[in-house]
Design a binder for this molecule. Structure first.
Ligand code: ATP
Ligand code: MG
Length: 355
């Protein structure tokens, strides 16, 4: 069976982008593949965090996986930090990853730029704080992500568009390890056909791979964006959803349309409508093409509220039963550890460590 691995960071409540870009595909892919879905808490500490919020968010994220339809009978669900192999493999891979590869990573550039652009009255203080605000972990994050994937010998990684570059890096790292330490020498030691690691492929959906901020159609919807009005969280109330769409940025063009580069907000809101209703573009254009924003927005809100309803009621049942969630995560960590430890052992052996 093919292997699937993916994960989300417990940096807040999952939003529509996370759901349509990734989590929805977790559910589809678990059916006839060997799936591992993790809550990547070690990634969440690459930016400053509050311990209490991390604990809460880790459990909320796990519950939202289940509420979204990830099935613990089919998929292994676990918390990354509870499987020690992730940090161990990450170090081994770091030492095989050229700095230049990481310097090219767009997410690092964007997130570190944001952290550095802190404002304040005292210029010296702002400068000092901004130099200290970007952690080494934020820079090496993609290598930990490579470890997450390679540990499970994943063939497929369901992610949003923003993670494509990190998957390419993961592939480059796997190939480099195979070139350096695989081949005949490794085969002789009993290694899998000479390949130390498997090279994964991204799985990016045709619609929903990049849901944009409600406040700016050119930047992606993110958990860590400061303004909560920029995203629809999966646990938002109907009232909150209505208000957020009502305040969402729009434009002054007449009618509505997909794909006009001058109208990123229109494309984004119509795509969300498409995803929430399951209608195709043509029927949406017939229905909404000549609408004004004031007419379309309440319709959009209604569709999103309806689509989140079942997920939210499952979530509410799950939070009433914390023991159930804990049991799933414990079992998941044990199962994941078994697979991951074997891979670390292989890599260490191939690299020349005494095992
Ligand atoms: P953060 O701001 O903390 O990085 P995030 O919103 O980017 O949070 P992640 O936990 O980093 O969420 O990503 C989880 C999954 O959701 C990844 O597969 C990512 O590609 C996907 N994803 C994130 N944002 C979007 C989006 N706006 N549209 C589609 N997919 C997204
Ligand atoms: Mg992210």
């Amino acid at each position: 069976r093919k292997r699937v691995l993916s994960g989300a960071q417990p940096t807040g409540i999952l939003h529509l982008g996370n759901y349509y870009g990734a989590i929805r595909n977790y559910v589809d892919l678990q059916e006839n593949r060997d799936a591992f879905y993790t809550i990547v808490d070690l990634h969440a500490i690459t930016v400053s965090h509050d311990p209490k919020e991390l604990r809460e968010s880790t459990r909320t994220t796990a519950a939202l996986y289940l509420a979204s339809g990830v099935d613990p009978k089919q998929a292994t669900i676990f918390v990354q930090s509870q499987v020690k192999a992730h940090t161990e493999l990450s170090w081994l891979l770091q030492c095989a990853t050229p700095i230049g590869w990481l310097e090219r990573m767009i997410q690092f550039k964007e997130k570190s730029r944001k952290l550095r652009n802190m404002e304040g009255d005292d210029e010296e203080e702002v400068k000092r704080r901004s130099q200290e605000s970007v952690s080494t972990g934020l820079f090496t994050y993609p290598v930990l992500m490579a470890a997450d994937i390679l540990l499970y010998r994943a063939d497929l990684v369901p992610v949003g568009e923003d993670q494509k570059q990190h998957i390419e890096l993961t592939r480059d790292i796997a190939v480099r390890i195979n070139d350096k330490y695989g081949g005949k020498k490794w085969k002789k030691r009993g290694g899998r056909g000479g390949r130390v690691l498997s090279v994964p492929e991204p799985y990016i959906p045709p619609v929903g791979a990049r849901i944009m901020s409600l406040q700016d159609g050119t930047s992606k919807m993110s958990k860590s964006a400061e303004n909560d009005a920029s995203r629809i969280n999966l646990l938002d109330t109907p009232k909150q959803i209505e208000t957020k769409f009502k305040r969402a940025k729009t434009d002054a063009f007449e009618g509505l349309e997909f794909g006009n580069p001058e109208r990123p907000e229109a494309t984004n809101l119509l795509s969300i409508y498409q995803l929430a209703t399951g209608y195709n573009k043509e029927s949406i254009m017939r229905e909404c093409g000549s609408m004004r924003w004031g007419e379309f927005k309440p319709k959009l809100a209604e569709a999103v509220i309806a689509s989140l309803g079942p997920l939210q009621s499952r979530y509410n049942e799950l939070v009433d039963d914390p023991a159930y969630l804990d049991a799933i995560l414990k079992e998941g960590a044990e199962k994941a550890s078994g697979v991951a430890e074997q891979t670390v052992k292989d890599v260490k052996d191939a690299m020349g460590f005494l095992i």
